[in-house]
Ligand binder design. Structure first.
Ligand code: ATP
Length: 350
């Protein structure tokens, strides 16, 4: 099976081709791939880089309008090279249906419908946040992990129960990456701010900032206001970066641990662009080690937004007959992970 994936929820115009001849990689009974290093996944991406400020929806959509056709062409050329003659060059087209910026999603949806109809193959509408989770499950071979999605526009913990990924806990305001980016914009750094905070924190000392966890939920707005006030008061920005990392990641680690404990699960996967941060991975790995749980962080190209995760989940959805008609394929900027019926897992899995 060979699947084209298209991603473009916010900043990454990305197209990928996932292919496998291994039935276990797609089966509802087992969830293994013989080579999780994902040689099976070809990804072509073109990121949107704002000239100033954060992601501007209109500019991001303009970027998608130009870049999506280019990355799709490249991915389809790759698929054509690997095609041996009969039938369409891909067996299905998977696309990010949401959540994300509406104007960007509509371009992705239009491109996916056009390619699927031209090739006469099924259309697979993928939830972007579930894809962040499933790529970790695919690579690790974990059966039923709790997933910490630490991305730009989102932050939540997901666990599987009765046919859906349930939101066990989430941010009560902004996504984790977006809140870090708001601070870095305040101090005049270009987008994205997360990698710059990680770099600056190497030269800083800890500054105390508000720590807000309420049960399984958490909030970043107070910590961001406090961080901005520290910067305005002249506290070295490197020190604030250490405080931000230690505080925010401790909050995420605490709720991840609580989710593992409450669900009785001993598997944790990480998803989302903030997951590229070495200090976050270190804290989560240490917590898992202390409680005897397994931890998996996908390689960076599968953590940040990418079409590879869309293609991999699309393949599993196609394998379980979970395709969309064009009429029902509208995008959904607020598509929550718990709205998705998880058709690709075995019916006996709870
Ligand atoms: P979502 O997946 O929720 O739609 P998104 O589209 O914004 O979010 P992601 O690719 O998951 O995108 O994550 C991008 C975010 O990751 C940005 O906010 C960026 O600052 C942050 N980020 C990237 N690298 C790092 C890092 N090393 N440390 C901390 N944050 C990082």
């Amino acid at each position: 099976m060979r699947i084209l994936g298209i991603e473009g929820t916010a900043w990454a115009a990305s197209a990928a081709v996932f292919e496998t001849d291994d039935p276990d990689a797609l089966s509802t009974e087992t969830y293994r791939t013989p080579d999780p290093s994902a040689d099976h996944v070809f990804i072509e991406s073109n990121p949107y880089q704002p000239e100033s400020g954060g992601i501007h929806p209109r500019e991001a959509a303009e970027h998608m309008g130009n870049a999506i056709p280019e990355v799709v062409d490249t991915a389809l050329a790759h698929a054509a090279d690997r095609h041996d003659g009969d039938g369409p060059i891909v067996d299905g087209v998977a696309f990010s249906r949401g959540p994300g910026l509406g104007p960007c999603l509509r371009i992705v949806g239009t491109a996916a419908r056009a390619v699927a109809q031209t090739l006469g193959v099924p259309l697979l509408g993928v939830n972007h946040m579930v894809a962040h989770l499933e790529i970790g499950r695919y690579q690790s071979g974990f059966e039923s992990p709790v997933c910490l999605n630490a991305s730009g526009a989102n932050a939540h913990l997901l666990g599987y129960h009765n046919g859906r990924y349930r939101v066990l806990g989430e941010t009560m305001d902004t996504g984790v990456g977006n809140s870090i980016d708001k601070f870095t914009r305040h101090v005049g750094w270009t987008h994205p701010g997360g990698p710059k905070v990680e770099q600056a924190a190497k030269d800083g000392s800890y500054v105390d900032l508000p720590y807000v966890v309420k049960g399984m939920d958490f909030s970043f707005s107070g910590i961001m206001s406090a961080a901005k006030q520290e910067a305005d008061a002249g506290t070295p920005v490197e020190d604030i970066c250490v405080g931000l990392q230690e505080t925010i990641f401790a909050m995420l680690t605490e709720v991840a641990e609580r989710a593992l404990s409450l669900t009785g699960t001993d598997e944790l996967v990480l998803g989302g662009g903030v997951g590229q941060n070495a200090r976050l991975r270190e804290m989560l790995a240490e917590m898992c080690e202390q409680r005897g749980a397994k931890f998996h962080a996908p390689e960076p190209r599968f953590l940040r937004d990418n079409a590879g995760m869309i293609a991999v989940l699309g393949a599993r959805m196609l394998n379980s007959g979970d395709a969309l008609s064009v009429e029902e394929s509208s995008v959904d900027p607020n598509f929550r992970p718990d709205q998705v019926a998880v058709t690709w897992r075995g019916a006996d899995e709870s």
